[in-house]
Design a binder for this molecule. Structure first.
Ligand code: G6P
Length: 564
């Protein structure tokens, strides 16, 4: 049996049951492409690249070839997609290759988002029809494949000569239920149902419902950005929590996201931000195209993702899941602010700093050392699954607000943030993205920074720029404490004597040119600053980041494309 289903947060998944296989198997001879190296999160290219003859077939075959002994044959494959442009074609190709490689076994797989399948394969896609497409392979723990696996996939992709594929009729993925083609049975299942069951085990829905009943003026707004989380929000906010339909917007998934960009940030989710401010909405939230990222926004209070995960960690004891499991440890990606580190310190928990990429959290979770983690890139999650989870983060905040209001009525997002700063201080954080920069220019800038860092000990360290004096600098290297694998060159870090930080790295998810990410962080223990504007508070540091990196000189760019 091959089970193909949505991997966590996508609105439908597909379960294929092959009871007796009498289909035509065969192989197709092919030639390798040399650019199938997965980045931070799978292989991302323009749609037209994936549409080249055999391109997608090759990558799927290379992925299966990379599976450790006893190989792909007989294993179970889970496929999720968000139904956007080229997803259906890609899913059908995956079915053909899966069948051709005889991934046909397991007979009674239970259907739970992101759990328990031996080789989930996720499809992710960032923007509209003429833009990016991506395929991400997740391993048996449900999490994104580690570098050891993605490197192996790349090696196989460079020497691939044949693809095993089976002729199966094109599957209609839009109808829930069972479809039979000869001996081949396809069952399409509604994954929202299973996800909601899981969510209700994790959070205190009764408490949230009670809070909303007691506070009928507490207004919520969720923006699905026409991605996959609309149907989840509909089920949770309208059916489970009994809120009016006006609580959700852009909740119908569309192949082109309604012409928008399904990124939950201040730029692309600005219609949510505007409505929250204009209509005095207490709780605003958005999730991205495939539902793994989130943004939390209260009136006059944007919650940075770095703060969001720190707040969730600080309040974990009100969440039933953590009451049961305890909080085993916390983690963040390196560029994410150290707000969560302060929570870990206060609570005596282990804290991990991993490179950018959710794949680095999986080992720690599997080893029972990590419960809550997040990234500045709007990813927040826990060990309930091995991916970040946008709806989970929204529910976590609601649970926290409901619980806090039991003791302190009238507490909203802003109050929770300010109280957090009173306890832990505030980590001001901002990221500047320079998209589609010429690759050579970007590399030259990174080389310049590496040179500074290397020459560092005597010449760079101790140097003063504006009000900041360099206390240390390196190119981040991570040794996984579980399997001891080492990931080098994960981003230039420049740390100043007052604890402020600049991080510079190239994105591993862009599909055109290079994207330079500049991250700035400043810590304040001064209560009079807690309500300051982030950009103003960080201005001197941003100036220093531009001075040290010589970004303008190397790239000719005066302004970032996106500021988060
Ligand atoms: C994806 C990954 C995240 C990562 C983000 C940004 O969403 O799942 O783990 O933080 O991309 O990565 P990048 O390499 O572009 O900074």
């Amino acid at each position: 049996m091959v089970v193909i289903l949505r991997g966590g947060l996508i609105n439908e998944f597909w379960k294929f049951m092959m009871q007796q296989v009498t289909m035509k198997f065969g192989w197709i001879s092919t030639k390798p492409f040399n650019d199938q190296k997965p980045g931070t999160s799978g292989l991302r290219k323009r749609v037209k690249v994936f549409q080249q003859e055999n391109y997608t077939l090759n990558f799927i075959q290379a992925t299966l070839n990379a599976m450790p002994a006893p190989g792909a044959k007989g294993s179970t494959l889970v496929v999720g997609g968000d139904g956007r442009y080229y997803s259906k074609e890609a899913v059908n190709i995956i079915i053909r290759v899966a069948a051709g490689n005889q991934l046909l076994q397991t007979s009674s797989a239970s259907v739970k988002p992101m759990a328990g399948f031996s080789s989930p394969l996720l499809i992710t896609q960032e923007v509209g029809p003429d833009h990016d497409f991506g395929i991400k392979f997740n391993v048996s723990n449900g999490g994104p494949a580690p570098e050891s696996v993605t490197n192996l996939i790349y090696e196989h992709s460079k020497k691939i000569e044949q693809v095993f594929a089976c002729e199966v009729p094109e599957i209609d993925l839009s109808t829930i239920g069972t479809q039979t083609f000869g001996d081949f049975t396809v069952e399409i299942v509604d994954s929202v149902h299973d996800y909601v069951i899981l969510l209700k085990e994790i959070f205190d829905f009764e408490l949230i419902r009670g809070f909303l009943v007691k506070n009928p003026d507490f207004k919520l707004l969720f923006d699905g950005l026409h991605g996959v989380t609309g149907p989840y929000a509909e089920r949770i906010f309208i059916e489970e929590l009994g809120l009016p339909r006006s609580t959700i917007q852009n909740y119908v998934p569309l192949p082109d996201f309604g012409g928008g960009h399904p990124d939950p940030n201040l730029t692309y989710a600005n219609s949510l931000v505007e409505r929250v401010e204009r209509e005095n909405i207490n709780f605003g939230a958005a999730s991205d195209g495939d539902g793994d990222r989130n943004m939390i926004y209260g009136k006059g209070a944007f919650v940075t993702p770095s703060d969001s995960v720190a707040v969730i960690a600080a309040h974990a004891e009100v969440i039933p899941y953590f009451q049961k499991t305890g909080v085993k440890g916390l983690a963040r990606s390196m560029p994410t602010s150290a707000a969560i580190d302060l929570v870990a310190k206060k609570k005596g928990l282990e804290i991990f700093e991993v490179p950018t990429g959710w794949k680095f959290f999986g080992n720690l979770m599997d080893a029972g050392r990590l419960s809550i983690c997040g990234e500045e890139s709007f990813g927040t999650g826990s060990d309930h699954i091995r991916e970040k989870d946008g709806i989970w983060a929204v529910a976590a905040w609601l649970n926290i607000i409901a619980a806090t209001n039991e003791k302190k009525p009238g507490t909203g997002i802003k109050e929770i943030l300010l109280e957090h700063y009173q306890t832990y201080g505030r980590n001001f954080f901002s990221r500047y993205d320079y998209e589609e920069v010429n690759g050579e220019d970007a590399n030259k800038m990174i080389a310049h920074l590496r040179h500074l860092v290397d020459s560092g000990k005597d010449r760079f360290v101790g140097k003063t720029f504006g009000q900041f004096t360099v206390s240390s600098a390196d190119d981040f290297e991570y040794r996984d404490p579980i399997d001891n694998s080492v990931s080098k060159n994960q981003g230039i870090r420049i740390i100043f004597t007052d604890g402020s930080r600049i991080v510079v790295r190239l994105s591993g998810t862009g599909s055109q040119g290079a994207t330079i990410r500049l991250y700035m962080e400043k810590y304040s223990r001064n209560a009079s600053e807690y309500e300051s504007d982030t950009q103003e508070a960080l201005k001197p540091l941003i100036d220093v980041a531009l001075e040290i990196s010589e970004l303008r000189k190397f790239t000719g760019r005066e302004k970032p494309t996106v500021i988060t």
